[in-house]
Design a protein around this ligand. Sequence first.
Ligand SMILES: [Zn+2]
Length: 435
Amino acid sequence: MLDAVIKNATLIPMTEDNLVIYNASIGIKDGLIAYIGSEPPEASEVVDAHGHIVMPGLINAHAHTAMCIMRGYADDYPLKQWLYEKVFPVEARLDERAIVSGAMLGMAEMLRTGTTSFSDMYFCQPAVADAVKNVGMRANLCNAVLALGDDYDFNSDRAVAETYELLDYYGANGLIRADVGIHAEYTSPPHVWKLAHEIAAASGAITHIHLSETSLEHEQAKQRHGMTATAAFEKNGILDTRVLAAHGVWLEENDMAILAAHGASVAHCPVSNLKLGSGIANISAMLKAGVNVCLGTDGACSNNSLDLFEEIKLAALLAKGSTLDPSNITAYEALKLATVNGAKAQGREDETGRIAVGLSADMIMIDTSAPHLFPMYDPISTVVYSARGSDVELTMVGGKVLYRGGEWTSIDVRQVMRDVREFAVPVVLNRTNLG
Ligand SMILES: [Zn+2]
């Protein structure tokens, strides 16, 4: 007998272009999808999905989850000023308690809005990993190397120590995985990239980087290296193993060809790119070149939300508007960015991102009873152009329900907000107490 069955679902399995299966039943056994068909098999637990769309959980391929503690703290600045004057000083003050409280808040928001797996770059990742484990989400975690001073020493870099700690404990293949992080071309020299990449090559971990986010950064890289950041990363061997590059707003045609040739992924972060005035990434060209494009929210200090539904819709709209071609990035293609392609970017394409027998039961149920989702001629169009994260009714990871109808099963949300208020907000504001 199966552990659970979801019946009467309007299923978007993401296994075949534009496929929708009506009145579908999805059976779950030992955390995996064990059955997809029209008749509900016998199961210990039955979930009636009548009036709901069921689809794979969304994948947030570029996040700084703990930055939720800085949500709304520094708006309307250009990236360089925002980063160096607002974000870095706060980050220098942050301790583990503040970071974990922010990561918990971010996970609560992601589960509430249908995200089941995320790729995260931030600090104190072993402690965040423990929190992710307790919550039950899927995550690729890294603390990225950032070699800013002249006295930088790779071997005493805390990010490197955390990378080894995560690799030793979780490896590069489980529910929680270690990635290797190189913050960006402009925050470390090539010999540091190479040292970091040696860890990726030895462990099979993915290398997570920021790439060509702003025009200034892109042009300065060319002055520094005599070539683009992408070409410099390639020249130094960083692209020889799997790379997940965030942004890619200013990628040139040759950069896209390089990334495609190396099987690299680009995490498109449209809200963050617009909010920081960085520009609009040309994802139609990237996809055409063969780059695996996925979606990320970036941190909540430049977004200010972790709701991937916003990114999905915006990705489709920006591609149409910026190319004057409304057939660019169809609804189905937009949905692929947040599911199938995200899974590939995380090295999890055989594990999640689609609803197929043998894959992990990472699913969401979207309540379609609200007026803004009616009438529903095409469920894929409804999800991409009309739905919001708040329409998610149930979020499941590995067969476990982690959010359902306003309740989190593994997060005490009130306590998390109290922790953020107590441990994080005073640090952000640089006050010892709020008075
Ligand atoms: Zn980022």
